[in-house]
Design a protein around this ligand. Structure first.
Ligand SMILES: Cc1ncc(COP(=O)(O)O)c(C=O)c1O
Length: 355
């Protein structure tokens, strides 16, 4: 019997390679993690009739979700409009347009919510002008986290069980979706989310962030705070340094959100030697060759320096700091953590025992 051994691009690149990085530490190295929700959402919309032959796909993104959508839309021969901002890097912009996407750049940030809010406003205008449109809405669409069950199955097939899952958080889709699926059989999986300072995701006030791809200016509906046992925040310099460390020690050429997650995962695995730890490494390093992988660029932007050996434990996670920090979130809602932090006040020793 003939077997179709071929797959289309987005399907062939979908699942991560599971790579051993240390005695008890494994990496899930993706080519482009966002292919998982992009492919799932667009194919489902086509099946459900929400995405007809002439429907325009519209989305707001300045990162890898746009690239994943552009790849999938090109394969499905669907028009795609992406609303982005000036932070989008020229190589990504060139790839998007090569894939046939129309990219609209919002020049000015909104007063509240920054560029993300400005992009959402422009997206709403485009949708009003173009009634036959479909928006994947990665921040709110429950199909984003749901799409990751295929990754959880792959992890279980490859590693059996996992004791600790570490990963960067942007929309919340990947970490919440994978943790939920891994825990569905009743397994205990400790989830560590990695954010950047000045991101609103885990309660800090919005501010300027050099590290992109994780963190957010607006709270995504797909972020279920109760997924997380522990949250880490790091600076751009620390994430970039860890990205380079991952490359120089493991020959894994990944992007800076992978580095941020690796920073926390490496430390966690070392201090918990009996646990099997898996770290999510969402994209490859090619986009960052002129920045994260360029020593002169790092020095010019004052983004160099030795990596701290451990995070600073904080009692109030809502206060941004200028170094890698950590808080025992304890699978609580944000409001609950805020209340506790309000009582605890400023910095203080990390309370063990919430794990
Ligand atoms: C490179 C990269 N890493 C990590 C993330 C965070 O993943 P999620 O949105 O699933 O939380 C994103 C989100 O856009 C990303 O682009």
């Amino acid at each position: 019997m003939a077997v179709n051994a071929y797959r289309e691009t987005t399907e062939a690149l979908l699942l991560p390679r599971i790579i051993r990085l240390g005695r008890n530490l494994y990496g899930a190295a993706f080519t482009l993690m966002k292919l998982v929700p992009a492919r799932h959402i667009l194919l489902k919309a086509e099946r459900d009739g929400a995405l007809g032959p002439a429907t325009t796909i519209v989305e707001t993104t300045s990162g890898t979700f746009g690239l994943a959508l552009a790849m999938q839309a090109a394969l499905m021969k669907r028009p795609l409009v992406l609303v982005s901002d000036p932070v989008i890097d020229p190589p990504l912009l060139r790839r998007l347009t090569d894939l046939g996407a129309r990219v609209e750049i919002c020049a000015e940030p909104a007063e509240v919510g920054g560029f993300q809010e400005a992009r959402l406003k422009r997206l709403a205008e485009i949708r009003a002008e173009q009634p036959d449109s479909f928006c994947p809405e990665q921040y709110e669409n429950p199909d984003n986290p749901a799409s990751y069950s295929i990754v959880a199955e792959h992890i279980e097939r490859t590693l059996g069980s996992v004791d600790c899952l570490v990963g960067p958080v942007g929309s919340g889709g990947s970490m919440c979706g994978i943790a939920r699926a891994l825990r569905s059989g009743g397994r205990q999986v400790h989830a560590v989310g990695v954010d950047s300072h000045h991101s609103v995701l885990f309660g800090q006030p919005d501010g300027h962030r050099t590290l992109r791809g994780l963190g957010n200016s607006l709270m995504p509906g797909n972020l279920d705070h109760r997924t997380f046992d522990e949250v880490h925040w790091c600076t751009a310099a620390e994430a970039f340094g860890a990205t380079r460390l991952l490359h120089s020690t493991s020959a894994l050429f990944q992007g800076p959100t992978s580095g941020a997650a690796y920073l926390a995962a490496r430390w966690w695995a070392e201090r918990t030697p009996d646990a099997k730890v898996l770290v999510m490494l969402p994209d490859e390093g090619y986009r960052y060759q002129e920045t994260v992988y360029d020593d002169a660029w790092l020095a010019a932007h004052e983004l160099t320096g030795a990596l701290p050996a451990a995070p600073a434990d904080v009692a109030d996670p809502t206060v941004p700091s200028d170094r890698w920090s950590r808080y025992a979130w304890g699978r609580r809602a944000l409001a609950e953590v805020r209340r506790t932090a309000g009582h605890a006040g400023g910095a203080g020793p990390f309370a063990e025992g919430t794990r």
